[in-house]
Ligand binder design. Structure first.
Ligand SMILES: N[C@@H](CCC[C@H](N)C(=O)O)C(=O)O
Length: 277
């Protein structure tokens, strides 16, 4: 099976072109094996680029633990790059079907290859039932959650997948690696959640580290950066356009008057190869 390793701001996945490759029935197991950093190719998970009846292609994403996520912001930019660079789509505006519907991507090629992508990520979801969370309020803003013997204020938002945003003075290892997994699996998030730790730098910039549902700490999370930006905006901390500094790079996030969130960032191909099984 042929694969391509790609990343968006250091959030790396093993990509398989399901237009051409034959896939096994247990996709979760395939993701776990291929994404293993010691015994496999290595990555934060696996992303399939599939045919779609509604768009240029369909993205399916699997976390490192084999669970399937509805959406992946860094992944969808890489899928946009893949379909253009590999001739599946020829226009610089492409559509990708995801678990949260069909998204439109603006591709920015340099010397014939896509280097940056702007994605219409759709409207943030504030309804607690749809997120899903047991936290109350619409949106559930800075709600107190008891975790590891302390009270943490969490803003819950869905960008097609569930997020809990925590504003902190410093996104330390203790927050990310200790509180992150406890919040991911906390009963307030019945389908687990991606947890972002956000340090406000100014009204237009923030630093973020993320503990992802099913993958642990990753170097960037596109949906997480969008959720964090919107959380900062609804809590009165940010203007409508912000720059997110993540461990693996920067993402520009804009919450437009239409209610849609736009994310712009890099997409890169690293290497390709053949998986022996
Ligand atoms: N890294 C992604 C999000 C991947 C999915 C997530 N772990 C989930 O289970 O929802 C991004 O860039 O958005």
């Amino acid at each position: 099976m042929k694969f391509t390793k790609m990343h968006g701001a250091g959030n790396d996945y093993v990509y398989v072109n399901a237009f051409t490759e034959k896939l096994p029935s247990d996709l979760g197991e395939l993701a776990r094996k291929m994404a293993d950093r010691h015994f496999g190719i290595g990555g934060d998970g696996m992303i399939l680029i599939c045919p779609s009846e509604r768009a240029d292609a369909r993205m399916r994403m699997f976390n490192l633990d084999g669970s399937e996520g509805e959406m992946c912001g860094n992944g969808v930019r890489c899928v946009g790059k893949y379909v253009y660079d590999h001739g599946i789509a020829t226009k610089e505006t492409v559509t990708i079907e995801t678990g949260r519907g069909v998204l439109t991507l603006q591709l920015f090629p340099e010397n014939g290859k896509v280097a940056r992508v702007r994605v219409n990520m759709g409207k943030p979801i504030f309804n607690p039932i749809e997120i899903p969370t047991t936290l109350t309020g619409e949106p559930p803003k800075r709600q107190p959650v008891q975790v590891a013997g302390r009270t943490v204020e969490v803003t819950a938002i869905s960008m097609g997948n569930p997020h809990g945003v925590v504003f902190v003075d410093e996104p330390t290892d203790e927050w990310v690696l200790s509180i992150g997994p406890k919040l991911e699996t906390h009963p307030v998030f019945p389908r687990r959640a991606n947890i972002e730790f956000v340090k406000v730098l100014s009204r237009t910039e923030f630093q973020m580290r993320v503990w992802e549902r099913g993958s642990g700490e990753t170097w960037a999370c596109g949906t997480g950066a969008c959720a964090s930006a919107v959380a900062g905006m609804i809590n009165g901390l940010f203007d409508r356009k912000v720059l997110a500094h993540l461990r693996g790079g920067d993402l520009e996030i804009e919450w437009a008057d239409s209610g849609e969130v736009f994310m712009t960032g890099p997409a890169a191909e690293v290497f390709s190869g053949e998986w022996p099984e």
